[in-house]
Design a protein around this ligand. Structure first.
Ligand code: MG
Length: 228
């Protein structure tokens, strides 16, 4: 492991869902159901609750997005449902690593920014629930990124760098979705993939490090700072 790359770090941009805590399948089911409920209300009279629930499932199955068909067929925009569906989620139902806070404490002076394709409210609630909210300088949510994905657009990554207020070469991006690391790597960040036991056998060159959990990643950075 190239400890120098970790030792030099002064800021970490974190993904949230599936990264700072392990993603749970019930979250997908709740998201799809939540989209159905909201769409039935938004399209009051045009579609029944049952039809909306069925379309949300079908849309997710075909496009990986419960809202896709509502946006294409019915002209609903993401701003109409996105925050509300996150309000339906209960962060207290998440399992997480209670030792993370201790690791954050062992990196004094490290700057932390959240870059999440969820809502501001969800991001703040989850960080608070897992005990690390106080360490975060800023939350870049999906609305702040103009709903431009981390995978395809640089906007959220640029906002994160600005929030850190540090040169890009002392920053890292931590993600559970590998393709979200392409742009940060191009920008000059160090990239860390969190895989929760599903490590890539031949990681692409844009991934500098792989760790099973965020605790493992932080332990490596702490080790590099102290002994690297
Ligand atoms: Mg994620």
């Amino acid at each position: 492991m190239d400890l120098k790359k970790l030792k030099k770090l002064e800021g970490i941009t974190w993904d949230l869902d599936g990264c700072l805590y392990e993603f749970q399948q019930h979250q997908v089911d709740e998201f799809i159901a939540g989209v159905g409920v909201i769409m039935a209300r938004l399209l009051n009279g045009q579609i029944t609750e049952q039809e909306a629930a069925a379309l949300a499932h079908e849309s997710f199955r075909k496009h990986g997005s419960a809202a896709h068909d509502f946006e294409v067929i019915h002209g609903v925009t993401i701003g109409q449902w996105f925050d509300e569906v996150h309000e339906m989620f209960d962060e207290k139902a998440l399992t997480f690593d209670a030792t993370l806070k201790d690791r954050f404490n062992q990196l004094p002076g490290m700057s932390h920014v959240l870059n999440t394709q969820s809502s501001m409210s969800w991001g703040g609630r989850v960080l608070a629930h897992i005990g690390v909210r106080e360490f975060f300088k800023a939350i870049i949510d999906y609305a702040a990124a103009n709903f431009q994905s981390k995978e395809e657009f640089s906007r959220s990554h640029e906002l994160a760098v600005a929030a850190h207020g540090k040169p890009v070469d002392v920053l890292a991006m931590v993600e559970d979705k590998k393709t979200n690391l392409v742009i940060p790597k191009d920008m000059g960040k160090t990239t860390l993939l969190i895989h929760y036991g599903r490590a890539l056998e031949n990681p692409p060159s844009y991934i500098d490090f792989q760790f099973a959990t965020p605790r493992n990643a932080l332990d490596a950075i702490i080790y590099a700072k102290n002994f690297g």
